[in-house]
Design a protein around this ligand. Structure first.
Ligand SMILES: *[C@@H]1O[C@H](CO)[C@@H](O)[C@H](O)[C@H]1NC(C)=O
Ligand SMILES: *[C@@H]1O[C@H](CO)[C@@H](O)[C@H](O)[C@H]1NC(C)=O
Length: 171
C-alpha cells in the first residue's frame, strides 16, 4: 500500500521514513524485504547520505540471505545519487569491506572505472584499499579491486604520494 502511496504523495510517506528504516531491521524477513523496497523509493538527493550510513551499519549485522539484497540496494543508491567521487569511493570501499562477497561484478567494474578517472584520488584510494585489505582479505571483490589498484598505483602506496590532509602516512 505504501509503495502505491509513494507514487501519489511522496511527502506523506517520507514523514514515516524513520519508522520504515527501523522495519528494514525487523526479525521477519518479508517485512525486511518490503521495507527495503520502500526505502529505495524514498531515497533522494537530500536524504541519501544518512540513509546509506544507516544501511551500511546494518549490513554488518544482517543475516546471510538478506546481505545480498541489502548490498545490491546500497550499491544502487550510492551509484544513483553520489556526485562526489571521494564520497562514492569511501562508501563503496566500506561496502566491499563488509560484504564484498555479495557485490556484483558490474558494480566493482564500475568502481574501477571511476577510480581510474579520479586522478587526484589515486594515491588516497590505493592506500585506503591497502588498509581495508589488512582487515577484510576474505572479501573477494575487495581483494580484486585492491590488487588492481596496487598494480596501477603501487608507487603511490609505497611512497605516500598525493597524501590528503585527512590521511595518516603508511609505513
Ligand atoms: C527527500 O527526503 C526528505 C526526507 O525524507 C524529505 O523531507 C524531502 O522532502 C525529500 N525531497 C524531495 C524532493 O522529495
Ligand atoms: C571522467 O571524468 C571526466 C571529468 O571529470 C568526466 O567528464 C567523464 O564523464 C568521466 N568518465 C567516466 C567514465 O567516469
Amino acid at each position: 500500500m505504501l509503495m502505491n502511496a509513494v507514487i501519489v504523495d511522496t511527502q506523506a510517506v517520507q514523514r514515516h521514513r524513520a519508522t520504515i528504516l527501523e522495519c528494514v531491521k525487523d526479525s521477519d524477513s518479508s517485512i525486511r524485504k518490503r521495507s527495503l523496497e520502500l526505502i529505495f523509493l524514498l531515497a533522494n538527493d537530500s536524504n541519501f547520505k544518512p540513509l546509506i550510513k544507516e544501511l551500511i551499519d546494518y549490513l554488518e549485522l544482517s543475516d546471510h540471505e538478506f546481505k545480498g539484497i541489502l548490498t545490491a540496494k546500497i550499491c544502487s543508491i550510492v551509484e544513483k545519487f553520489s556526485s562526489d567521487k571521494m564520497w562514492y569511493i569511501d562508501h563503496m570501499l566500506k561496502v566491499l569491506s563488509v560484504a564484498g562477497n555479495f557485490v556484483k561484478d558490474e558494480v566493482w567494474h564500475a568502481l574501477i572505472v571511476v577510480i581510474s578517472n579520479a586522478s587526484q584520488l589515486h594515491g588516497y584510494t590505493v592506500r585506503s584499499l591497502y588498509r581495508a585489505f589488512q582487515t577484510s582479505s576474505e572479501q573477494e571483490s575487495l581483494v580484486r579491486v585492491a590488487v588492481w589498484c596496487i598494480g596501477e598505483y603501487g608507487e603511490m602506496l609505497v611512497n605516500n604520494i598525493g597524501m590528503l590532509d585527512k590521511e595518516e602516512p603508511i609505513t
